[in-house]
Ligand binder design. Structure first.
Ligand code: AMP
Ligand code: MN
Ligand code: MN
Ligand code: MN
Length: 276
């Protein structure tokens, strides 16, 4: 079992627990090196760091940046960077600005599909008003009784081809890697097994990411099966990339994997956290 978790969310994006609660829970679950990686937002880091320091937990600054790459939305995790650096702070401000208009389009689509009051409803679940996300819409649809859980809301409404899904242009891959790198951090491709990419596209992504200065890929994540740990371990080795590990915890009942339950990295990989 790993005592490292480098991918988790709080109420500053689409998680259910505050930064203080997430870090406290990580500590109680046996995690000793922890990164908070809220989507496109750094505002939870100071509170999370203070809580970690009070527990004697090693805290790593983190973020999960939304990126558009060809027809796919990718997530790039940034680790161990300076959150005060103007490039990442300003870049993320622009990414967040795009979320407002996107949320309005999602809400308009959902209204047409019969979900009344979608925008106001989702906003009630977003503790950070700059970070309206699909899970907030999903939670509101559960409240309405339209779906039994958030997974079902995604399956019926919030994924490509469904009535509440809208196309959106996020940051570029080059921007995300650059923002993280110039702030002194390590860029990592989050849950690579989750994207709808074939082998040739995976190879092209990894080559481009490495050439841009990317550091690693998540091998062990709550989104991967045991088979995918092996697949992505091989990709990491072939491309000379380091390996990361994170639960992608969003809250009790809304996660594939709890904190403190990550298996060790497959043999032979270089952990991205070596040297943190
Ligand atoms: P957004 O950034 O608004 O596109 O929301 C993305 C978030 O939605 C992800 O970070 C996950 O937390 C959640 N999510 C994405 N796909 C699913 C799914 N199929 N089931 C449940 N949650 C999902
Ligand atoms: Mn999320
Ligand atoms: Mn993600
Ligand atoms: Mn995540």
């Amino acid at each position: 079992m790993l005592d490292v978790d480098l991918h988790c969310h709080s109420t500053h994006s689409d998680g259910l627990l505050t930064p203080v609660e997430v870090v406290t829970r990580a500590f109680e679950q046996g995690v000793r090196m922890f990164a908070l990686t809220d989507h496109d937002d750094l505002s939870g880091l100071p509170q999370a760091r203070a809580t970690a320091e009070a527990h004697g937990l090693q805290f790593i600054n983190g973020v999960e940046i939304s990126v558009s790459w060809h027809d796919e939305t990718l997530h790039i995790v940034g680790l161990n960077f300076d959150p005060e650096h103007a490039d990442i702070a300003g870049g993320l401000r622009d990414v967040r600005a795009g979320r407002h208009e996107r949320a309005e389009r999602i809400a308009a689509d959902l209204e047409r599909a019969g979900v009344a009051g979608a925008l106001a409803g989702a906003k009630r679940y977003a503790r950070n008003p700059d970070l309206l996300s699909r899970p907030h819409f999903a939670r509101y649809m559960v409240e309405l009784g339209l779906v039994k859980d958030t997974q079902t809301a995604f399956k019926r409404y919030l994924t490509p081809g469904k009535p509440g899904y809208v196309e959106h242009v996020w940051a570029t891959l080059a921007q995300a890697v650059q923002w993280i790198s110039v702030a002194g951090g390590a860029a990592v491709i989050a849950h690579p097994g989750r994207y709808k990419l074939n082998n040739r596209q995976n190879e092209s992504l990894l080559g481009e990411f490495r050439d841009l200065g990317g550091t690693g890929v998540e091998v062990v994540t709550g989104s991967h099966t045991a088979d995918q740990y092996e697949t992505w371990a091989r990709y990491a080795q072939r491309y000379g990339l380091k390996a990361s590990a994170g639960s992608d915890f969003h809250g009790p009942g809304e996660s594939y994997l709890d904190m403190g339950k990550l298996p060790d990295l497959p043999y032979g990989l270089v952990p991205v956290w070596e040297g943190f």
